[in-house]
Design a protein around this ligand. Structure first.
Ligand code: SF4
Ligand code: SF4
Length: 449
């Protein structure tokens, strides 16, 4: 079959066929990997994106034939292990995605490989599932007496070495503090603002707080509520929310994703149908509801309702501005901001709304860096991947430190985990202080901490 280079039509994405037994058939998955890897080896566009592609190309180049047929199929797992499902190759690089007849979806093929590995069990399964249990970890570690011990231990080099040896969490990787003042327990109730629907934006918001904001950095959630209140937007918190499922998806634990989906979607769908915009302040969580869960459950009307109501906070605020309903009474310039566009926001195809919003603040210069930081959820803290995560992030660390207007005052990423990873990589290179973009917006409005 001859096929033209690239596709002129808009990319589409097939549902994830995870309920078909063939999805978990290793030989069938290997056959698809062989087909796709052969195309990738001839293309090589993605060589600089992550370590999955260099691993693949090295395997082929150093194999017996110099072609994909010279690679031992068991070595395909080495490629799968290097993918952290950022989706950037699919969404921004690959010309062979559907509807192109080559029908290539590299990330979801890697997801299939991870799902097979997860079912079969891997030597690191205990460590991986422990890291992915964000709800359970946050609940246990957030118990008032326990939290101090956990945070102190996480800062102790001796304990971190033990953690590395026993659990495989790299001793130098940044790990978050936990809090006993969880966001959902301490969030301020909404004022009784009248609902003002705009052409593009519902006038009331439901906040999906996310595990990270709830258990680790509640200040981001409080800042989001202050920004909403300043804009006279009434809000509610999503009741009894569970993890979005992204950490389990990254492991290939698709049954685990389905269990969390069953807990979250009915409540979220009711809010969507009641006319709320749903905001998630961590891009990976938003992406789960906008893309991955809909592709796992394409026939589910509740999932579709949630998908349509889900906004990134800055996507919502910029649309609110276009509706003429956003407050622009900024009190404080932000100076030089080095801003990193998180991959899981980039692939939502909503444009650079955070940059757009922060650039509206007077006396503010936003330097945008659009490249993978390498953190990738729980992947970058694992012992075997942390060095690679730092290497992938190196160009980002350098660019973030080089604000063209001079000294960097603020370092920001939509993904706060990536932000911490970047701040770690920038140590000694620049003085900028890490703050989430929503915190910067709260600061620009002159709202108290
Ligand atoms: S999804 Fe991201 S990590 Fe995975 S192969 Fe593509 S670019 Fe690399
Ligand atoms: S995923 Fe697509 S663009 Fe990337 S190397 Fe493979 S064929 Fe090329």
């Amino acid at each position: 079959m001859t096929a033209r280079e690239g596709s002129l039509e808009a990319p589409t994405r097939h549902p994830i066929d995870w309920r078909n037994p063939d999805f978990f058939d290793t030989e069938k998955a290997f056959a698809e990997m062989e087909r796709v890897f052969d195309i990738c080896h001839g293309c090589r566009r993605c060589v600089s994106l992550c370590n999955a592609f260099p691993t693949l190309f090295d395997l082929v180049d150093e194999g017996k034939t110099g072609e994909i047929d010279g690679v031992d199929k068991q070595d395909y797992w080495k490629v799968v292990d290097q993918c952290y499902l950022c989706d950037v190759c699919y969404m921004t690089k690959c010309p062979y995605v559907p509807p192109h007849p080559w029908n290539l979806d590299f990330p979801h093929l890697m997801l299939r490989g991870k799902a097979i590995q997860f079912r079969q069990g891997t030597p690191t399964k205990f460590r991986d599932t422990t890291l992915a249990s964000t709800d359970r970890n946050g609940t246990l570690a957030g118990i008032p007496v326990v939290v101090k011990v956990v945070n102190a231990l996480n800062r102790s080099p001796g304990f971190r070495k033990v953690l590395e040896d026993r659990l495989g969490v790299h001793k130098d990787a940044w790990v978050p503090d936990f809090t006993s003042k969880q966001f959902r327990r301490t969030a301020a109730g909404s004022a009784q603002h009248p609902v003002r629907d705009g052409e593009r934006t519902p006038g009331k918001v439901a906040v999906f707080s996310t595990c990270y904001v709830n258990y680790n950095e509640p200040g981001i959630g409080h800042d989001l509520l202050k920004v909403l209140d300043h804009n006279r937007i009434p809000y509610v918190l999503v009741e009894k929310e569970a993890c979005c499922g992204m950490p389990k998806l990254e492991l290939g634990d698709l049954e685990g994703v389905a269990e969390l989906k069953a807990r979250n979607i009915p409540k979220l769908a009711a809010l969507a149908r009641a006319g709320y915009a749903i905001l998630a302040p961590i891009p990976s969580c938003g992406l789960m509801f906008k893309q991955e869960i809909p592709l796992m459950f394409p026939e589910d009307a509740d999932v579709k309702a949630v998908q349509d109501a889900m906004f990134d906070p800055f996507e919502y605020l910029v649309a609110r501005n276009k509706d003429g309903l956003l407050a622009t009474d900024f009190k404080e310039g932000l100076g030089n901001v080095s801003y990193h566009v998180a991959c899981h926001l980039r692939v939502q195809n909503v444009g650079q709304k955070t940059r757009e919003m922060l650039s509206m603040v007077p006396d503010t210069s936003v330097h945008t860096v659009e490249r993978c930081s390498g953190h990738a959820g729980t992947w970058g803290v694992k012992k075997e991947y942390h060095a690679t995560a730092m290497k992938i992030g190196r160009p980002v660390f350098r660019q973030m430190a080089e604000h063209p207007a001079g000294e960097t005052r603020w370092v920001a990423s939509d993904c706060q985990l990536a932000g911490h990873h970047i701040a770690q990589g920038m140590q000694g290179k620049a003085d900028g202080k890490l703050a989430h973009p929503i915190t910067l917006l709260r600061t620009a409005y002159g709202l108290p901490d």
